[in-house]
Design a protein around this ligand. Sequence first.
Ligand SMILES: Nc1nc2c(c(=O)[nH]1)N[C@H]1C(S)=C(S)[C@@H](COP(=O)(O)O)O[C@H]1N2
Ligand SMILES: [Mo]
Length: 263
Amino acid sequence: MNLKRKTGPQAQAELLDAESIIKDARRELAAPMRRLFGKRLLTLGSLSLLSGCELKDGNSVNTMLQKISFFNDDVQGWLFDPKKLAPTYAESMITRPFPFNAFYDIDQVPDVDPDSYRLKVSGLVSGKRIWTLPELHALPQTSQVTRHICIEGWSAIGKWGGTTFSSFLKMAGADLSAKYVSFQCADEYSTSIDMPTALHAQTLLTFTYDGALLPPKYGFPMKLRMPTKLGYKNPKHIIEITVTNTYPGGYWENQGYNWFGGA
Ligand SMILES: Nc1nc2c(c(=O)[nH]1)N[C@H]1C(S)=C(S)[C@@H](COP(=O)(O)O)O[C@H]1N2
Ligand SMILES: [Mo]
């Protein structure tokens, strides 16, 4: 894609998007390296050198994000600051249509029946273990417009609404000193996260996308949305949440994707 050759509102939107990605890249991805190597790495030029990417358009920015997130894999665990917030955006910046992605095609999206649906909460928890959808929808709701970054080299801005995951975990009587929270999904996908990320202020158990009930393709009946993590760490169609001290892995993690997966 060469943005310079395009004209019209779509091209302008893409250019704007590329600019905001660069801003995020500087803020989000340069910060850990800045702490590691000093101020010089803050320039886009040095980020570009380090990742071997020429930053000429939206795609190359995405490729750089991908490479730098791999570069960070070994160091970001201990650099993770549980209080640091990911950028949020104006609703006018939402990417339309928002991309669909899964380990299968869109016609294979699982069809979850809302009436018989039950969320199971298991492992190191002392509270309620079985939740119906109306019970989950009755929890306090909030929403966020954030950037979703997929390791396959694309990113998009979307709006998800739901309940703060930290308050859900507290309500479920979860052992907050446990190491991991893992997720089983209706499509046999799974992933897991560290407890500091689970308790992060922007980690939401979401039931809506762009103000409407989460459609099947985006993860009905719920998606855990974490702007601080790459796309594959954000499970859709969750059917079971487990609090544990035993390393749980996940669908992509077991095939070599980095477990931490920070964005
Ligand atoms: N259950 C489930 N969750 C999943 C996946 C999946 O295949 N199954 N794919 C992950 C990946 S790699 C991405 S990029 C996002 C895509 O979410 P979207 O379809 O809402 O864009 O979902 C993540 N969560
Ligand atoms: Mo992804």
